[in-house]
Design a binder for this molecule. Structure first.
Ligand code: SR1
Ligand code: MG
Length: 402
C-alpha cells in the first residue's frame, strides 16, 4: 500500500479519467465527496455531457467518525470489494456492480446508485417500500445459504473463510455491540436524560449472561459469510429496487447477526416514530407497516432459505429429517438476540442512528430512546425462548405501550 494517499476531489477526477472505456477522452468531469458514513471517502463522479456517473469509494487509514487517533486497516476495502462480487454473483439485482478495485489506493469503483435513497433517510421520511422484505429476505437467504456449509463445497468454504478474516473490523463490533454498552465505557455517548437507563443495564447480570452467549457466537460461530453491518444506512432503496452496499465488515460469522441487523434498524425506526409521526393514528399506521415488514423479512428469508436447502443442500447428513427445523429454530433465536443487541448499542454506544438522534424535541427523543432500549433488552432476555417471529412483534408492541 506504499502508493496510498487519500484522494482530493480533483485527484478523484484524474483517477476516473484513467479507467478505460468509461468516460469520453478529454470531456469535462465533476467530482463531489459525498461520504456521510463513519469510515470512508465516497466520490460521486459525473460526466455532464453524457449523464454517465460512477462512485469511487476509498478507505481511510483511520475511523473517520473518531479521527486519526483510531487507525483502521485499509484491507477492509479489499474485503468489501470481494464481498460485493460474491454477493453480486448470488443476487445480481440486489448489489451495485463493481467495475474495478485498486488495492494501492484502497479504492473501489462501482455503479452509481444516486437514483436510490439511503433507506434510513427513506424511513425517516416515512416512505413505504412494499418490495423491500422480499428483496432483503432473498438477499439474506442466498448470501447466507450459498456461503455456508449447507450450500457451499465445505473445503472451498474453509478457503474462502481465510480470505475474510477481518480482525480489526470485527473488534469494532465486539467492543461496540457486545461489550461497551454493558459497562461505563469511555466510548459510550450517553445523553444525560437516559443515563439512569444505561446504569440499569450495567447492573443487569441476567442480561449480561445473554450478551455473553451472543458475543461468543459472534466470536466463534463461522456459519456463513456475513455482510457484517447490514443496517438501513447500508441499503440504497427506491420503490422497485433494493441495493445492499458497504460490506466492509464482512467475515464468517453467525447468520442471525445479519438478519438481526435488518430487523433492529426497522425497530429503531419504529421507536423513533415518537418524534416523526405527526399524530397518533399516522404513528400507529407507520408502526404497523414497520412491524409487518419485520415479519415479512423473516418469512421471506425462511421460505427462500428452506427452498435453497431442499434443492441445493450439499451435505447428506444435514438432510436428516428434523435437522432443518432444528437449525431454523436456533437461527430464529439468534436473530432475536442479535436484533436486541443491535438496538441497544445504537442508543448510547459510540455510533447512534439518525432516526433517533435527529428528533429535535428532547422529550420525544427520550421516549424513543427508552422504547428502543426496552424492546432491545427484552429481545436479548427472551432470545433463547423464542419460537416464532410473531413473538418478536408481540414483544415490540408490548414494550412500546408501557
Ligand atoms: C467506528 S465505526 C462505528 C460503526 O459504524 C459502522 O457502520 C459500524 O456499525 C460500526 O459499529
Ligand atoms: Mg458502512
Amino acid at each position: 500500500m506504499s502508493n496510498y494517499h487519500p484522494l482530493s476531489e480533483a485527484q478523484a477526477i484524474e483517477y476516473a479519467r484513467s479507467i478505460p472505456d468509461l468516460f469520453q477522452a478529454g470531456s469535462e468531469l465533476a467530482s463531489r465527496e459525498i461520504g456521510d458514513g463513519n469510515l470512508n471517502l465516497v466520490f460521486h463522479i459525473t460526466e455532464p455531457a453524457t449523464g454517465k456517473s460512477i462512485i469511487l469509494k476509498q478507505a481511510l487509514p483511520y475511523a473517520k467518525v473518531v479521527g486519526e487517533s483510531w487507525p483502521l486497516t485499509l484491507d477492509r476495502a479489499r474485503i468489501e470489494s470481494e464481498a460485493l462480487q460474491i454477493e453480486e454473483a448470488l443476487c445480481p439485482d440486489l448489489v451495485p456492480h463493481v467495475y474495478a478495485y485498486e488495492s494501492d489506493l484502497a479504492l473501489t469503483v462501482m455503479e452509481d446508485l444516486s437514483d436510490h435513497v439511503i433507506m434510513r433517510r427513506g424511513l425517516i421520511e416515512r416512505n413505504q417500500y412494499p418490495l423491500f422484505a422480499e428483496h432483503i429476505g432473498r438477499f439474506l437467504a442466498h448470501t447466507l445459504f450459498f456461503t455456508s456449509d449447507l450450500g457451499k463445497n465445505q473445503q472451498e468454504k474453509k478457503v474462502q473463510l481465510g480470505r475474510f478474516i477481518n480482525p480489526e473490523l470485527c473488534k469494532i463490533t465486539e467492543d461496540l455491540i457486545f461489550d461497551d454498552p454493558y459497562r461505563d465505557a469511555e466510548t459510550n455517548s450517553i445523553e444525560p436524560h437516559i443515563r439512569d437507563a444505561a446504569e440499569k443495564i450495567w447492573k443487569d447480570h441476567e442480561l449480561h449472561l445473554e450478551v455473553a452467549i451472543l458475543r461468543n457466537k459472534f466470536l466463534t460461530s463461522a456459519q456463513a459469510l456475513l455482510h457484517g453491518d447490514l443496517h438501513t444506512g447500508s441499503i440504497f432503496i427506491k420503490p422497485d429496487s433494493t441495493k445492499v452496499i458497504d460490506p466492509e465488515f464482512a467475515y464468517y460469522g453467525p447468520m442471525g447477526f445479519d438478519i438481526g441487523a435488518v430487523l433492529a434498524n426497522l425497530l429503531l425506526n419504529f421507536a423513533a416514530q415518537e418524534g416523526w409521526s405527526p399524530d397518533p393514528e399516522s404513528r400507529t399506521a407507520y408502526r404497523n407497516y414497520l412491524l409487518q415488514t419485520v415479519k415479512d423479512v423473516w418469512t421471506h428469508f425462511e421460505r427462500n432459505f428452506r427452498a435453497l436447502w431442499n434443492e441445493h443442500g450439499v451435505d447428506r447428513v444435514f438432510q436428516t429429517p428434523g435437522y432443518q427445523d432444528h437449525f431454523m429454530a436456533s437461527l430464529l433465536q439468534d436473530t432475536f438476540g442479535f436484533t436486541g443487541a443491535k438496538m441497544v448499542r445504537r442508543i448510547y454506544g459510540l455510533a447512534h442512528v439518525a432516526d433517533i438522534d435527529k428528533i429535535e424535541d428532547a422529550a420525544a427523543r427520550e421516549r424513543a430512546q427508552r422504547m428502543a432500549l426496552a424492546i432491545g433488552t427484552t429481545l436479548i432476555r427472551f432470545n433463547r425462548q423464542a419460537k416464532s417471529i410473531d413473538e418478536l412483534i408481540e414483544l415490540a408492541i408490548k414494550e412500546s405501550t408501557v
